[in-house]
Every structure is written in C-alpha cells, then in structure tokens.
Design a protein around this ligand. Structure first.
Ligand code: ADP
Ligand code: MG
Length: 226
C-alpha cells in the first residue's frame, strides 16, 4: 500500500538547506494500523504531508498503491487525495458555518456528484460515526469529540484506502479520545488502513505497530517491527 525508500525532505531558507527528513524507508501493507510517534519538530507532519500526496520528497522514492508519487503531476496528486486518502487533523478543520452534513458532503461536491446522492452518502457516513441525530448541527453546536467524528465521516465518505490522522486526539479530553480510538478500531476492522501520528503512548497502543521519528530519522519502537 505504501512504500518509501530513502525519502529525504529539505526545506530551503534563503541559502540555507535544512534537512528535515533523512533517508526514511518504510512500508505499510493494506489493512495495517500504524502509529508514528516522536517529539515536536521531529518531522512527523512533514512525513505525513508526503505520504498524503500534499507535498513531494526532495529525493527518494515513494510508491502509493503501486504508483510513483515522485513523478506525479499536481492534478494526479489531487485526484489521489480525493479518491484514496482520508485526512483527519488535530483541530478538525471543519467549515464553521456549514452543518455536519454539508461538511461531510464537501469531498462529494469536489467529485461532481449530484445533490441527492451526496445527501444519501453523507448521511450514511454520519450514521456510521454515530451522529445520525446531529446532521444539521453546526460545528459550534458540537462537542470536540463530535466534531472529530464529523471530520472522520468526511474523511470516509469517498471510501478511501487509507486514513491519515495527525494527532487526532490532541485537542480532546481522554474520554472523547478513547471514543475516537474505538471508532478507528472499528473502521480498521472493516478493512481501512490507518496511519496515525500521536504524542500519546496510550493512544499509540491502539495501533498494531509503532514507529518513531527523531530528528528526521525513522526507527522502530522497542519490541516492534519496522
Ligand atoms: P512535527 O510535526 O514532528 O512537529 P514538522 O514536520 O511540522 O514536525 O516540522 C519538522 C521541522 O521542519 C521543524 O524544524 C520545522 O521548523 C521544519 N519545517 C516544517 N515545515 C517547514 C516549511 N514549510 N519551511 C521550513 N521549515 C519547515
Ligand atoms: Mg506536527
């Protein structure tokens, strides 16, 4: 599903080259659930942006679902994001003035789907995350955990192959965080692959496998396989 080989990412500030990811090699099979841990500034989000086809590596090869992302056009990357990847962020990234169902419908609008089909799919996605009774609520009328569930419904509405989650419980209390982890577990059991960034040891323990990134270098967590 994912195959990274010697991935490097440099940022340039004026004449200075700042290496952020250093020769990262990593594979993930379809259906796996992997947690990426590491201190702040270690390169987790940078790695996630490359894996999520939001950015390209400076060097190395990255195959997503068998396709070489290094030689992809912007358009192809955006198609892949829309059809194969679901994104979850720490701060939900919902449109504040739109209802839950309109937020979940957004990726379907980008796909050009007719309105009635969008409504059906979006409401069944909200049902899947246990929010049938909140379809017309706006984000301000929802708790943190409910907002994250709307974001998960939006991420799942196009039936992606993989969920990429960057600190999905970072803004939640521990009870809502555990509920989000139970939902991830259910989705993973239904067959979706999950790659999740987290600081939290307990949250990471929900995954099948943990990897660690420190100062741009990837290693396996003790007692696990890379
Ligand atoms: P993490 O998510 O692990 O906290 P990031 O991937 O966000 O880390 O950042 C890793 C390093 O890359 C940091 O030192 C950060 O300052 C640097 N960095 C991230 N994005 C940029 C950018 N667009 N331009 C320059 N430096 C960046
Ligand atoms: Mg980050």
């Amino acid at each position: 599903m994912l195959e990274l080989k010697d991935i490097c990412k440099d940022y340039r500030q004026d004449k200075l080259v700042i290496p952020v990811l250093k020769n990262i090699s990593f594979e993930m099979e379809e259906g796996e659930y992997v947690a990426v841990m590491g201190p702040s500034g270690s390169g987790k989000t940078t790695l996630m942006n490359i894996i999520g086809c939001l950015d390209q590596a400076t060097s190395g090869t990255y195959l997503f679902d068998g396709e070489d992302m290094g030689s992809c056009t912007e358009n192809r990357m955006s198609d892949i994001r829309l059809s194969k990847i679901g994104f979850i962020f720490q701060n939900f990234e919902l449109l504040p003035r739109q209802s839950a169902i309109d937020n979940v419908s957004l990726p379907l609008i980008y796909k050009g789907m007719p309105k009635n089909d969008r409504k059906d799919l979006a409401s069944s996605a909200l049902e899947r995350v246990g929010l049938s009774d909140r379809v017309n609520f706006k984000p301000t009328q929802l708790s943190g955990g409910q907002k994250q569930r709307v974001a998960i419904a939006r991420a799942m509405v196009n039936h992606p192959k993989i969920l990429l989650a960057d600190e999905p419980t970072g803004a939640l209390d521990s009870t809502s965080g555990s509920q989000i982890m139970e939902l991830f577990q259910k989705l993973n059991e239904e067959g979706i692959s999950i790659l999740m960034i987290t600081h939290d040891q307990q949250i990471a323990s929900y995954a099948d496998r943990k990897i660690e990134i420190k100062d741009g270098v990837l290693s396996r967590k003790e007692g696990t396989v890379l």
